[in-house]
Design a protein around this ligand. Structure first.
Ligand SMILES: *Cc1c(COP(=O)(O)O)cnc(C)c1O
Length: 381
């Protein structure tokens, strides 16, 4: 087995080496902000919104303080009423459901697809009632949910869509006619997060809302700024949620590298695939035919009984790993009595027992992945 000393320390995420690669540009951009001292609403913010809009090919990007706020802003812009039903997958990060509950809406929690880990569109159809106003597909781990059917279903039933693209910035979805849209730009609104470990991360908190509809873009902007239409004219109850100039300056630099970051993650995933594919007890990530995969996480499935042992064996060999997510929403204390569950969530519960995310970031080397794969092979031998 390759010696650990020759390949450097393996981390889940390596932000330090990513920073060092464009240190001078980032440091300079930060210095410009300091010299300008326009920390809020500096020119970097509007410029970043425009450049991200161009990158995603979407007309409107509205930046905000974090990905959770982005979800809240998107939902507030839709004028939903208390107890309106919002369909969400059970297998996701808590933020998705948190915002629904905070706004007094009713989460309707459904199961996911066992291969893609994203919302199951047949179950969306089953969960719809006359009270359903919104579906929130989560593009989990970097791959788009099966949006085609969901878009048709929602259009037919006059239900809005907010896509949670916190983990999927840069992924794209291809329709059967060949038309391509970026993750987060298919529904009425889409949201993302610039949390440092996300695929496009800043050096603190940040987020954004995407939309193709000008009216919704204006509403989101107004709500994010205290519901203010003009200075000291407050038309609706809003919140205060901003991306600051320093974060925007850093994101402007990092956006230039996003395509390379994505390619590096996909290259690492391909190395993993090659080396893990032959192990009968390991299921490598499925690739949906209609979406690219930007590998926010590289998540394998292993037999439930062997997962804890594998985590421990990897740890003994200097390899970190994480379980995203160990519990369904419905098994979190805070959400046990919130909303309604449709179906038995058997897929989600099984995934919670079987998934394991391996180190995945932009700086992984082929020898590091070879070492991780060898360690996994040894464990299952
Ligand atoms: C990270 C994340 C969020 C929240 O983003 P923050 O910037 O941490 O608020 C929401 N949804 C999903 C799926 C996420 O992974």
């Amino acid at each position: 087995m390759a010696s650990q000393h020759t390949i450097g320390q393996i981390q889940m995420v390596d932000l330090k080496n990513q920073y060092l690669k464009n240190k001078s540009a980032v440091d300079q951009a930060i210095q410009v902000c300091l010299d300008e001292t326009s920390f809020i609403k500096g020119p970097q913010v509007a410029l970043f919104e425009r450049q991200l809009a161009t990158y995603l090919n979407v007309p409107h990007v509205i930046s905000c303080a974090n990905g959770t706020d982005a979800l809240q802003l998107a939902m507030m812009a839709l004028d939903l009423k208390p107890n309106d039903e919002v369909i969400v997958p059970a297998f996701t990060y808590v933020a998705t459901a948190e915002v629904i509950a905070l706004l007094g809406l009713k989460p309707i929690i459904i199961d996911v697809d066992p291969k893609t880990f994203t919302i199951n569109k047949e179950l969306v159809a089953e969960a719809i009632t006359p009270q359903t106003r919104l579906v929130v597909p989560v593009h989990l781990f970097g791959q788009c949910a099966d949006m085609g059917g969901i878009l048709d279903l929602c259009q037919a039933n006059e239900i809005a869509i907010v896509e949670d693209a916190a983990q999927a910035i840069g992924a794209s979805y291809t329709f059967p006619n060949g038309y391509v849209l970026a993750a987060g730009c298919l529904g009425d609104l889409g949201t993302t997060s610039f949390f440092p470990s996300k695929n496009l991360g800043c050096f603190g908190d940040g987020g954004a809302v995407f939309t193709r509809t000008e009216e919704l873009a204006c509403k989101v902007r107004m709500i994010a700024n205290h519901g203010q239409a003009r200075k000291y004219e407050h038309e609706v109850v809003g919140i205060n949620s901003r991306l600051d100039s320093l974060q925007a300056a850093i994101l402007l630099i990092k956006l230039k590298s996003l395509a390379t970051y994505t390619a590096n993650r996909q290259r690492a995933a391909a190395w993993y695939d090659n080396l893990l594919n032959g192990i009968s007890e390991v299921e490598i990530p499925y690739r949906a035919p209609n979406s690219t995969h930007v590998f926010h996480q590289y998540t394998i499935k292993v037999p439930a009984k062997k997962r804890d042992g594998l985590i421990e064996f990897l740890k003994q060999n200097g390899i970190p790993s994480m379980v995203y997510y160990p519990k369904s929403l419905t098994r979190q204390k805070a959400y046990q009595d919130v909303g309604r569950v449709v179906g038995d969530l058997s897929v989600t519960h099984e995934l919670c027992q079987r998934v394991l995310s391996l180190p995945m970031h932009t700086e992984l080397t082929e020898p590091q992945i070879a070492y991780i794969a060898e360690t996994i092979t040894t464990y299952f031998a």
